[in-house]
Design a protein around this ligand. Structure first.
Ligand code: VGL
Ligand code: ZN
Length: 210
């Protein structure tokens, strides 16, 4: 029997999609290993939200959209530095679907992000231009949510930015680090954990809830 999450608390499951799992376009090592635990986190939350990375073909964050560029290189977008990724999570493809074992029935809301051709969005709250809102903060506020618990992929990109923006938007945030996996570009996993801790995000493990 899962232990109760805090009152007015939402579970935010970040980008648990085929392309971030083994064999996917932007596979995060061990991405699929977290699915069973995510399912066990269960229904004790006041709200459960899934995010879905959802790019149009030829998205500006894809290296393939920049002639001569290699994946994982940095480019300068209109809004600042942007990592170029292998093609992933293209709208309507199998890679963009949630992992087949993920129990999506508990989700109240699916937030799609990264659908604007010229703006990437790591965060569930705010796109990479740091100005365009996804609407999630308003949704959570309207539902009386005060605290978000995050898990999913990838710890050092979409989970990190979502957790930091949760705090910026006035929510308390906890990241379940064992229910995340990282891309770990040049030590980005360790940096992400320090940045989150410094911003007041609580780093915890799922045994606090299971
Ligand atoms: C992600 C890179 C590009 C993520 C999404 O889910 O962390 N990373 N798109
Ligand atoms: Zn993406």
């Amino acid at each position: 029997m899962p232990k109760s999450p805090p009152e007015n608390s939402a579970l935010l499951i970040i980008d648990l999609q085929n392309d971030f799992c083994s064999g996917g376009g932007l596979a995060v090592p061990g991405g699929e290993e977290i699915v069973a635990t995510v399912n066990r986190l269960g229904s004790g939350f006041s709200a459960t939200v899934l995010t879905q990375d959802w790019h149009p073909a030829g998205h500006s964050s894809f290296a393939s959209a920049h002639p001569g560029a290699s994946p994982y290189a940095l480019t300068e977008a209109a809004y600042g530095p942007q990592v170029l990724w292998p093609d992933h999570c293209i709208q309507g493809t199998d890679g963009a679907e949630f992992h087949g074992d993920l129990d999506t029935t508990q989700a109240d809301l699916i937030v799609r992000k990264g659908f604007r051709p010229s703006i990437d969005s790591y965060s569930a709250f705010q796109e990479n231009d740091r100005q365009t809102s996804t609407g999630l903060a308003g949704y959570l506020r309207d539902r009386g949510i005060k605290h978000v618990t995050l898990c999913g992929l990838a710890l050092d990109f979409c989970v990190k930015w979502s957790a930091l923006d949760a705090v910026t938007n006035g929510f308390a945030a906890t990241v379940l680090t064992d229910v995340c996996r990282a891309i770990d570009l040049d030590g980005s996993k360790t940096t992400a954990e320090s940045e989150m801790a410094a911003a007041g995000v609580t780093l915890a493990t799922s045994d606090a809830l299971l």
